[in-house]
Structure formats: C-alpha cells, structure tokens
Write a protein that binds this ligand. Structure first.
Ligand code: SF4
Length: 338
C-alpha cells in the first residue's frame, strides 16, 4: 500500500449537552494512504460527521476534542500534528493540504456571491494571484464537466443541485490539497446526478491523485467509490478493512446487520430487514461492546469487556473468529423475524 499521509490516533470528541458530555467519538484510530479513498459508513448519529469535522477542527461551539493526535505528512515529507497548529497555521493547512465538500451544496455556497468571487476569496486567503486562480478554476470547472465560463460568473441559485455539488468539488481542489473530505456529497441529488458526480470524482482522483475521506450512509455508493471501509458505531470504528473484505466477508455483527438492512432491487417488501433497538445513550454508554443490546450473538463477555480492534482486517467483536457471513446473516435474520 502507498505511504501514509494521515495517521489519526485515539481521537475522542464530545459535545456538552444539558445532561452531560455526549461522547460522540471515542478513541478512534486509522490511517489514510496517499491516493486512497477511505469511506466511513454507519447509521445517523454514529459519529462519522463529527469525526470529520474534528479532523478540520470546525466543530460547533459545544463540541471539543478531548484527546488524540492527527499526524499529517506533507508532500515534502515533513510531519505535523494538525491538532497542535495555531489558528493561522491551521487556516493555511485548510484548503492547501486538506479541503472539505459538505453535504447540501446550497448551504456551503454564499447565495449573494458569484462563484468567481468565492474562488477569488479562497485564493486570496492563500496568496494565490487572481489570474492564476481564475485559470485554475476554469480548468477545474471543465474537469467536473461544467460550462466553465457560464458557471464561473453565476450565482449559486442559477445552478442546479448537481451543478452546485460539482462546483464545490472544483473549489475543494483549487489549491491541490492531498486530502479531500466529502460528507455525503451525493445525498441531496437524484440518482443520475449521483452517478455523474461519482464518475467525475473517480476521474479526478485518477488524474490528480488526492486521497478522500468519504462519509456515507449509502452502502452502494461507498462500495463503488472506496478502497477501504470503516464501519462506525456509537462513536467508535468497529471494523475497518478493504472494501471487498467488508462487503463479502464482514466480521463484525453490526456490519453484517447494516449490510442485511440495505435494500436490494430484487428483494420484495417482506425481505426488508432492520436492526432491532436503537443506538446507545452516548452520555452514559453501556459497558462492554456498545452494540451488545442489539446484537443477536452477544455472549457474556460482550456485556462487560469492550472488544479491541484486531490487526489486518480489523473488527472489534468477541466473535470475530466465527463470523462466516452467510451463516451469521442467516442466523441474524431468523432472530430478527422472531
Ligand atoms: Fe455482538 Fe459481542 Fe461482537 Fe459486540 S462483541 S458485536 S455484542 S458478538
């Protein structure tokens, strides 16, 4: 595998709520390699978006990073801990080394400013001359299959949802960052636009060789775009591995349940499955494995001992050795129907 450009270790993030601190992300560790796409999957509220907001240090006021390191390797080999950068250094790091495409493009684009002015503002903040920014932006707008001249001079409301999402993708690449974080970039668009955005993203990745942290609750999209998948549950990464391994040989009972809950085109309504119960209270999380209250395979140790992530294809599950997907899925379905 290619060199590691981002190494996150024991990252924990919490939000202050009336009842106490919500442990939204707990001791998360992972590595991102040059040129790879790592997708985070999991139910709403599992911590995927919080994790990525923490990576770019843009948590809401009630959120805080409690612990962890985030070592980023620049192109020249210099390593920095992003969490230790001061405000100005961090501002420079954003966009030039790591950018983010948020879901819902209309919320990310200023409705009263032309696309060109947003591009000039971003470039000016990083000392890029106006003319260079213009050339670069027109080139990128063409690469994302838009009419560059028209879109460059447009206001966001003059563009469709899919066009705005592609504009965001172009702006995120303006300063040629090594990492682009994408938070559900295809959620708010129709299926054909989604197809075209994914194709554009794959092409750009091949051409510009950046790495992507991709957040999605859509397993089909994640399967198509990712090299590796990380399953998150209750603020923790419970399984991480190559995309084929996760989808064809999942080892964690939660990943199995997620895959089983994904609707299939060929399935009838009676074959739709859900995961029983709801995610745990993250102010007072349960002891042991956080999934044990919903897991069809929980054994005594699951109630008391948190399972550690194991090497290679990692899964934090006490039963990892015996999870042969088909057998386990069949058993899980049977239990869920009871
Ligand atoms: Fe289920 Fe136990 Fe594995 Fe948790 S550790 S997923 S409760 S079998």
């Amino acid at each position: 595998m290619s060199e590691v450009i981002l190494s996150v270790r024991n990252l924990s993030v919490s939000y202050l709520a009336r009842r106490g601190r919500v442990r939204a992300v707990s001791n998360v560790s992972f590595e991102l390699h040059a040129g790879e796409t790592l997708a985070f999957i999991g139910e709403s509220g599992c911590g995927k978006s919080t994790l990525n907001l923490a990576l770019i240090r843009t948590l809401p006021k009630t959120g805080q990073i409690d612990s962890g390191t985030m070592i980023y390797t620049r192109r020249d080999g210099q390593q920095i801990d992003v969490l230790k950068l001061n405000k100005q250094e961090h501002r420079r790091w954003l966009w030039s080394e790591c950018s983010m495409v948020f879901q819902g493009a209309l919320n990310s684009l200023n409705p009263v400013i032309r696309i060109s002015d947003m591009i000039y503002d971003t470039a000016a903040a990083h000392g890029i001359p106006r003319e260079d920014a213009r050339k670069q932006a027109l080139d990128l707008l063409e690469k994302v299959r838009l009419d560059p001249q028209r879109v460059f001079n447009s206001y966001p409301h003059e563009l469709s949802g899919g066009m705005r999402q592609r504009v965001l993708l172009a702006i995120s690449l303006l300063l040629r960052p090594q990492i682009v974080i994408m938070d559900e970039p295809t959620t708010a668009v129709d299926i054909l636009t989604q197809r075209s955005i994914l194709d554009v993203l794959k092409e750009l990745r091949r051409e510009l060789n950046f790495s992507v942290l991709f957040i999605s609750h859509d397993l089909a999209v994640a399967a198509e775009i990712a090299d590796r998948i990380a399953t998150m549950y209750a603020g923790e990464i419970v399984e991480i591995g190559p995309v084929e391994e996760i989808f064809y040989r999942p080892r964690h009972a939660y990943t199995l349940a997620l895959l089983d809950a994904a609707p299939r085109l060929s399935a009838g309504a009676e074959e739709l499955h859900s995961i029983p119960g709801s995610p745990p209270d993250l102010i007072m999380p349960p002891p042991g494995c956080k999934f044990h209250e919903r897991c069809a395979f929980a054994v005594a140790s699951c109630h008391t001992t948190p399972p550690p992530l194991r090497p290679t294809h990692d899964a934090a599950c006490h039963l990892v050795a015996c999870t042969e997907s088909e057998r386990v899925l069949a058993a899980q379905r049977k239990i869920m129907r009871q």
